[in-house]
Design a binder for this molecule. Structure first.
Ligand SMILES: NC(=O)c1ccc[n+]([C@@H]2O[C@H](COP(=O)([O-])OP(=O)(O)OC[C@H]3O[C@@H](n4cnc5c(N)ncnc54)[C@H](OP(=O)(O)O)[C@@H]3O)[C@@H](O)[C@H]2O)c1
Length: 251
């Protein structure tokens, strides 16, 4: 690494919340590994935005559903930056809206691998390194679906995100003795390619009507909460998942 900056690995940083998070962490002085899978152009755009502002970033490709891909990605980031101080487990997707009675085994397994196994593989690979340096921060991007079960056709996704929520708490307890803080965010309705792909205009209108702030959120409004969790300001938070949903769901 060319400096003594803190370093972050943000998965799914080729668009949406992940891209905004990578840019925000870089704005706060971190060197950022911008992970992508299919959207290489998006990842390069994120890297370009960071570098244009004087920051340090690299793009790195991996299929986070595959353990070996994840382990190679983490090794590559460590080779480049020398360390990983912050891991943001953001990559994820609904994959498709499928009514439960029509759900196939393949869909169930794909959604679980993308949204849950990915968090397991990435956190295990990075936490092994963080434990050696006796410090680290892990932030999991779950979803409002983890708490209300998911919108239409999102049973598998809601179940996977619910498990991420539980994993955030378990990891927070088990990794705290190694100096690793684990927290998360539950985005509500955030305007990203996610909804362009999966949400009709009519469904979006219904969802926004149910939000007290009467609008969907922006990626940047989620990124600043993630950056807060990655900062010293959040140093006494562990196992917490912050709702970023404009009041759509409250305890
Ligand atoms: N937007 C919302 O309202 C909302 C609400 C709740 C939770 N979330 C969560 O927020 C996170 C970010 O979503 P977003 O809304 O920002 O959506 P997005 O713009 O579609 O971003 C999804 C990211 O995940 C990556 N990804 C997808 N499949 C992958 C795979 N197999 N391996 C590696 N990376 C993969 C994508 O990479 P490539 O495009 O490069 O393949 C992309 O960077 C997700 O975990 C999502 O579940 C979003």
């Amino acid at each position: 690494m060319s400096s003594n900056r803190l370093t972050a690995l943000v998965t799914g940083a080729s668009s949406g919340i992940g891209a905004a998070t990578a840019v925000e962490l870089a704005r706060r002085g971190m060197a950022v590994a911008v992970h992508y899978f299919n959207n290489e152009a998006g990842a390069h755009q994120t890297v370009h935005t960071i570098r244009a502002a004087g920051g340090e970033a690299i793009a790195i490709k991996a299929d986070v559903r595959q353990r070996s891909d994840v382990e190679s990605m983490v090794a590559e980031v460590l080779k480049t930056f020398g360390t990983i101080d912050v891991l943001v487990n953001n990559a994820g997707s609904l994959v498709a809206r499928v009514p439960f009675l029509e759900t196939t085994d393949e869909h169930w397994e794909d959604v679980l691998r993308l949204n849950l196994s990915s968090v397991f593989y990435c956190t295990r690979a990075v936490a092994r390194h963080m434990a050696k340096q006796s410090s680290g921060i892990v932030i999991n991007v779950a979803s409002i679906a983890a708490r209300h079960g998911g919108g239409p056709g999102a049973i598998c996704y809601g179940a996977a995100k619910g498990a991420v929520l539980a994993m955030t708490k378990g990891l927070a307890k088990e990794l705290a003795p190694y100096g690793i803080r684990v927290n998360g965010v539950n985005p509500g309705v955030i305007l990203t390619p996610f909804h362009e792909r999966f949400t009709s205009e009519e469904l979006m209108k219904r969802m926004v009507d149910s939000i007290p702030l009467k609008r969907a959120g922006a990626s940047e409004e989620t990124a600043t909460v993630i950056a807060f969790l990655a900062s010293k300001d959040a140093q006494y938070l562990a196992g917490e998942t912050i709702e970023v949903n404009g009041g759509q769901l409250m305890d």
